[in-house]
Design a protein around this ligand. Sequence first.
Ligand code: NAD
Length: 508
Amino acid sequence: MRTITHWIGGKPVAGGTSTSPVWNPATGQQQAEVPLASTEEVDTAVRTAAAAFEQWSQSSLSARAKVLFRFRELVNGRAQELAEIVADEHGKVVSDALGEVQRGLEVVEFACGIPSLLKGDYSDQVSSGVDVFSFREPLGVCVGITPFNFPVMVPMWMHPVAIACGNTFVLKPSERDPSASMLIAELWAEAGLPDGVFNVVHGDKIAVDALLDHEAVAAVSFVGSTPIARYIHQRASATGKRVQALGGAKNHAVVLPDASLDFAADHLVSAAFGSAGERCMAISAAVAVGSAGDELLARVSEKARAVKVGPGRDPASEMGPVITAAARDRIVGLIGTGAEQGADLAVDGRGLTVPGHDGGFFVGPTVIDRVRPEMDVYREEIFGPVLAVVRADSVDEAIALINANPYGNGTAIFTSSGEAARRFQRGVHVGMIGINVPIPVPMAYYSFGGWKDSLFGDKHVHGPEGVSFYTRAKVVTSRWPQTVERSASGTSIGAEASGSSFHFPTSN
Ligand code: NAD
């Protein structure tokens, strides 16, 4: 059995006796065990990162950018290997995992521009002889706590930006697919990042709580489910840390009758069933407006039945298994509640088997029609390959439905009407919006984040808000009064007059 280690101070560090199994979701077999860090192991990682901060925070912008560029090349060169590690532990197909590596790399590329991103402001002569300028400094030890569904990309929303800003980092990846983070740690070291700047500790609630409570941790970035995001935000804020905690989602795609229904159906199927629906930006609710309903359902159902489900390593597979047997059982149970509560099971993915992979955690693509907001399949974030179809009479009814939902991560509209699209983009209470684009994940130079129960804290990740999150500003007001006589030409110029004044400083 392969045993995974932590990564502390630039090298692998064996964990203690508490461990958790890492499964291969395509076979249902255990393939490794991962240590679950104790409070003491977490303390060692944080103290190592705190010690490394002393020097890394003083490194020049060009020195940091050079490491970032080298890291970018190394990740790019190992992208296939990273994708295969992800496919083996997460279950998603390799081509999808390559896409995740690519989107993570785009954040590294954004962070390569750190010399420009950290440029401050300068105002000359704000008052007579007085100038003002600002610059931003790193925070200290920053922590990332990340979910299972993007084991490369989501941590890369965080650590390249935090490190480029001059912070040091402790990553606590998901214990369900931890191996990609170990290769990333090796690549940082190979890129020349000093020991202790990037560390990985594996673990569960014990490790997370130790990070949240640690006095030397300055900031916490979390991505995961909403109940844990809310908890992380409250507990880390209570100890004075800066926190951004991204939570779960229920992303709606609205399809208007004037849309190309075949185009919409293709994109709905990809967005609902890609990565077995285990994406925070997956479309899990389709809102079919007016006459679009029946034809859309027919096309989506036909395409759902055609999805090739199989192991992530098989190039013929379009969709892999879900992460664990428990996740499969929960999804299957929720599909059952849909039928019990009066929805129509147009395509039922329960009971799907993949030849040669009988033990794998597979659920087939599922389409549930005539779902109503009070049903469990609508209220719960299913996080599996299940698309709920809700019928609505107008775009305004669709907007109201989306706004009544507690989540506000992503949403999309399919239409050929600019007027309807504009009404939608202005009306929905959602952070990321697609117009004829089903998964509107912003590019790395914009920031990613939802609204409402999809994000706790005020800063979104990466892009300008990421740089802002990982730094704090100093504003300097400076004056250089003439206090000495000039002697070069022998001419004597008197020192500037000084004198006390007791009114609040104003410009002159
Ligand atoms: P999760 O909340 O179970 O776990 C996330 C992290 O929190 C993991 O590192 C885990 O070890 C840790 N954790 C779990 N339980 C904990 C507890 N009780 N106390 C402290 N820490 C705990 O999420 P997951 O199942 O790994 O990931 C799926 C979820 O993540 C979905 O809800 C999905 O929508 C969400 N997600 C959101 C985004 C986003 O950008 N908003 C992106 C990806 C995933």
